[in-house]
Design a protein around this ligand. Structure first.
Ligand code: ZN
Length: 287
């Protein structure tokens, strides 16, 4: 009987031990992939002299946009008109175990090796970053910070709400307007929001002690790594390259572009990570 209790307690001890190791591995900030560690480092730096708002922000490093084309190529994503979001959003740090997993896993690898640097933000307080961003911008931490600052500003803006609001108003003012005309209003307003995020992002970097021209240099580099920048589709979602660069340069050359010490900064950020669900999240402090 005593032996049974002894064996039982050893078994229980091992079980608890393994459970704790598993838990630690899942939530530990020190065991995160290096990409997440870099994102955390950048946001901690931002928070020292920026107001990052009053809601939690989640960062998700995902397989990325190349997955759309790769999944259409393989025939796994059959809807050619819409974006294959499910596959773009896959966790790049983990093996996919679903339908045609061999092909999907190979595509995740290709997406990392061939993909561009890109990130996007959602009004829900979520920033998505293609994992390939960290490969393309390897050794260029300041440029990754610039991309993140731009997306963080979109979170503060609740983008694209303002653009959509103005499109709705223009529709109400003129109910006979065609869908195309309303969409045109939306896209024009969205371009203004994009420029605001550039200037807001440049300011976040300046406030966080990055060299003054970091955002401008980063923007030039982002377009260079794309290579093709003249197509009309690209210029609809964002202002075209020349307009964008000129606006940033004018903003930086203005006398008001100077660092100010901010008392109500968001530091220290409280961080949470979940490896299984593939997200990193911070809660700004309310100073
Ligand atoms: Zn943007």
């Amino acid at each position: 009987m005593q032996k049974l209790i002894k064996n039982g307690s050893i078994f229980l001890f091992i079980f608890i031990f393994l459970f704790l190791i598993n838990r630690y591995r899942n939530y530990s900030l020190s065991l995160m992939p290096k990409e997440y560690k870099l994102v955390k480092k950048i946001f901690d730096k931002f928070s020292l002299n920026n107001d990052l708002g009053n809601r939690p922000v989640s960062i998700i490093i995902r397989a990325g946009e190349d997955m759309h084309y790769l999944m259409v190529d393989t025939g796994i994503c059959k809807d050619k008109k819409n974006i294959c979001f499910y596959f773009e959003n896959l966790d790049p740090f983990k093996k996919y175990r679903g339908y045609r997993s061999r092909d999907v896993n190979y595509a995740i690898k290709q997406s990392y090796l061939h993909g561009h640097a890109n990130a996007s933000a959602y009004p829900t307080g979520t920033i998505l970053i293609n994992r390939s961003t960290f490969r393309v911008l390897e050794g260029k931490e300041n440029f990754i910070a610039a991309a993140i600052a731009h997306e963080m500003f979109h979170i503060i803006q609740f983008a694209p709400f303002e653009a959509s609001f103005k499109a709705l108003k223009s529709w109400q003012d003129n109910p006979n307007k065609t869908d195309e005309a309303i969409n045109e209003v939306f896209l024009n307003e969205k371009q203004i929001i994009e420029s605001e995020a550039d200037l807001g992002g440049a300011l976040i970097l300046l406030q966080a002690d990055y060299p003054k021209d970091t955002f401008l240099k980063a923007m030039e580099y982002f377009y260079k790594q794309y290579g093709i920048i003249h197509t009309k589709g690209q210029s609809k979602r964002h202002p075209d390259y020349i307009t964008r660069i000129n606006l940033i340069r004018a903003f930086m050359n203005d006398a008001s572009f100077i660092k100010k010490e901010l008392k109500n900064n968001s530091s220290p950020l409280t961080w949470r990570y979940n490896r299984r669900e593939n997200w990193l999240k911070f809660y700004p402090s309310k100073n």
